[in-house]
Design a protein around this ligand. Sequence first.
Ligand SMILES: Cc1cc2nc3c(=O)[nH]c(=O)nc-3n(C[C@H](O)[C@H](O)[C@H](O)COP(=O)(O)OP(=O)(O)OC[C@H]3O[C@@H](n4cnc5c(N)ncnc54)[C@H](O)[C@@H]3O)c2cc1C
Length: 497
Amino acid sequence: MTPSSITILGGGTAGWMAACLLQHHWPGTMIRLIEGSEIGIVGVGEGSTPQLKVFFDTIGVSEAEWMPAANATYKVGIQFEHWSQKPGYERYFHPFPTALDGHSAGQLFRAARLRRSGLDVQAHPDDFLFPGLLAERKLAPLNPENFPLEVSYGYHFDAHKVGEVLKGIATKRGVEWVDTRIASVEMTDDGEVAALIGEDGGRHEADFFIDASGFRALIAEQALGGAHVSFADNLFADSAVVLPTDVAQGGPECATRAIAMDAGWRWSIPLTNRTGNGYVYSSKYIEADAAETELRAALGVGKDVEARHLKMRCGRLDKSWNANCLAIGLAQGFLEPLEATALHIVLVTVEQFIKAVDTDGLGPEARGPFNDSIAARYEGIRDYIVAHYRCQLRRDTDYWRDNAAHENLSPSLKGIMTAWFTRQDLTLEVQRQDIARYYNAVSWHCLLGGYGNFPQKLEKPGEDVHLPDMYRIDDFLERCAMNFPSHNEALKAREAR
Ligand SMILES: Cc1cc2nc3c(=O)[nH]c(=O)nc-3n(C[C@H](O)[C@H](O)[C@H](O)COP(=O)(O)OP(=O)(O)OC[C@H]3O[C@@H](n4cnc5c(N)ncnc54)[C@H](O)[C@@H]3O)c2cc1C
């Protein structure tokens, strides 16, 4: 049975996304979103995964309707720069999973395995996969109708503007918006949430509640006492400093850049009207002022542009769904933004919640498997992020040396690393662990091979070794690229519609 009324606390991106999805799937449910607008939103989540495209397709909103309004650009993946000091591996591209790469991924796997076994074989992932080529050439991932191979993509966007767009859609479709600051949570005798009480005295009841109140986690942690499982002992970043720059010459890129710094990394997120930049760092290794100075120097930006400092708490709630409340967004958990997965998790959480309730109702029989599945997703994504830090090949500061040395790895990640470094079949290991739903074998090959985690001493392959035909792969990728339009032109066409 679906809830007859739902109250969402929080009008950040998470709250409005949930409102749109719940309204779409359960049109008969009364949905209210409460937001203390004077509190504001965190407003820095500006890069997505392809799940955001799925979201807009699901709720029936076209790119022309939302992209220009949110200064959005296309995103085909993430370029990692300077995470390795091994010559030839200073950068690599982590693409979103794309059907087109199915044509060459097998060759990448074979080349990497030969290279791991000590043979002098070309095995840099960028040489085998397509989206990095789109990024390099600033081409939009929009295949024409007569080219049937699709490239999956996400977006970059202005978080405040996308929130406004979602609010407009949700309220137009019947979601009630209440602007008030919630002062307390009223509980029932059996430990459920009865109502949210506003500072103005208003009492807001519902059958079910969504906590999207950001890092405060007002309902899920403060009222329901949910336990926070910290990831601080294997993800060191706890702070960020953010500042904008102009759009890159020649128009916005169609990829995020993740560039290594002294005590962390900085993102470069291209929008149509500005580039968002943020240095994600560990306060144990660098002071906030020094981080800001390092970021300004890297960007060539003076004190006239204001910087914003943020604290982050990496970890997740023990149970995302507790009693009659589902936590989403920063209230639910946070993984540092290296793979830009926060909104992805919001969307997956809400979709899975709807499915669980539709199948098993609102009782504990739905809750248990749901919470296990969400926890596993956090941990699967966390492991991939930890793997970046553990397998990078930079040794110039304590930060990078300590990251490379720390041993607090999950059994799953240990299994992946063992398979890679002992020359086993990594694809089989990903299958054996059933973790491709978080990151597939292509992603793992990109991460481990992209940093150049191969033996140094190499032998020439013998005549009997069947090598990938690099000419054919290159030719295939080049010819595919000819079908895609310029990123700039594609963005202009969106605006014109
Ligand atoms: C440095 C950094 C970089 C990030 N980069 C990315 C990225 O690239 N990609 C990505 O997907 N995610 C990223 N994220 C995460 C992303 O910003 C968030 O997941 C996303 O913005 C959703 O936030 P939210 O809606 O949960 O919380 P918030 O934006 O903080 O919203 C909280 C809401 O709750 C309301 N509220 C709080 N308390 C009360 C109260 N007492 N009464 C009434 N209302 C209340 C506030 O008014 C606000 O509307 C990043 C986060 C950080 C910190």
